[in-house]
Design a binder for this molecule. Sequence first.
Ligand code: G3P
Ligand code: MG
Length: 403
Amino acid sequence: FNTDVAVGGSGRKPPSFAFAFDIDGVLLHVAKPIPGATEVLKFLNDYNIPFILLTNGGGKHETDRVRDLSERLGVELSTDNFVQSHTPFQELLDGPDGLRDKTVLVTGSDYEKCRAIFKAYGFKNVITPADIYAANPTVFPFQHPSTFTTPTLPLPKPLYNLPPTSNPNPNPTTLPSHLKIDAIFVLNDPRDWALDLQILTDLLLSHNGYVGTYSPRNGNGDPAVLGPNYGWQTDGQPPLYFSNADLLWSAGYHLPRLGQGAFQAALVGLWARLTGGAELKRRCIGKPQGETYRFAERVLGRHRRGVLRVMAAEKTDGVDKEGEAGDNVAALERVYMVGDNPESDIAGANGYESENGTDWVSVLVRTGVWSEGRSGKLEGVFEPKVVVDDVMAAVKWALRKEG
Ligand code: G3P
Ligand code: MG
């Protein structure tokens, strides 16, 4: 590495640049470190060059995933410099439409893990598709899929006396006996697409999220078609949140695998068929969304101030004579975003308008989703600043630029 720009005890000025690393396809293929990944992160840690891990992956609580990553990569990592796809969902707990005390449905790779993550975030009432199945197995007429866990928690009361109703306009007084889902979250790549698609479309077609009800209005999405007085209140669908839109991702197989974006595409297609063409209303965070990069830049800023404060203390024999170095540290001028997916990592970095005037420089590696032969042309927002072989080459390129 060109350590000329790397800072360390030599007392050089703190770096005005940092790195953001995607995980799948850049640092890991699922559980297997990609060559160079460990060396790179160790080097950056040793030379006090700040970085964050910014992944569209998910399915574990941040503390568990970081512990897992530290073990697999053999590098000390912390939740201070880690952002995964569903981390920002915590921002929906409070505020005027806060969901902390409401009832939310979550799905992803493991229902109980998804429930535990949201409980740890602070959501009080968390339901999974397996709960709804357990309360009324006729909701899913096919062979019980072996892969999903049966709920271990006592189910919320209303779910037990779930009177199945085909009445498209149930009497509001009976509704309290139905469980009401106030929002739906897809945390990471679902495993049981069949059950998830059934339960999610049931809820999206329901009266305001009441389990077991049906409202043709949601399907059409156009009250005028059903007459102004239809129904007993606005049949708003429960809001639907996805944590990323990755159609493909780079795992252990030599070709990219379907990701959460593929599940989203399946639901969008199914919704169009069920409703005669209505568009599925949903919100999707994760890379390449600007709000995800803004959230990541704030995490990186906090982490960098901490790193530079330690460095200042080391430099001035334990006492930071320059005042709180972390607070009046030079602005972060550049972040090198190292990714493998032009649609999420490159487009996100290229498109993000930093609130601090920081320049996000997109660097595409050849170890993941994108490959010259198979993938589309890199044009417009998908065109990286540079294409390099792997994460080691990416960091060397950046350090030369900073030299
Ligand atoms: O589920 C993982 C996939 O969405 C890709 O994650 O780390 O390449 O952003 P990552
Ligand atoms: Mg990736």
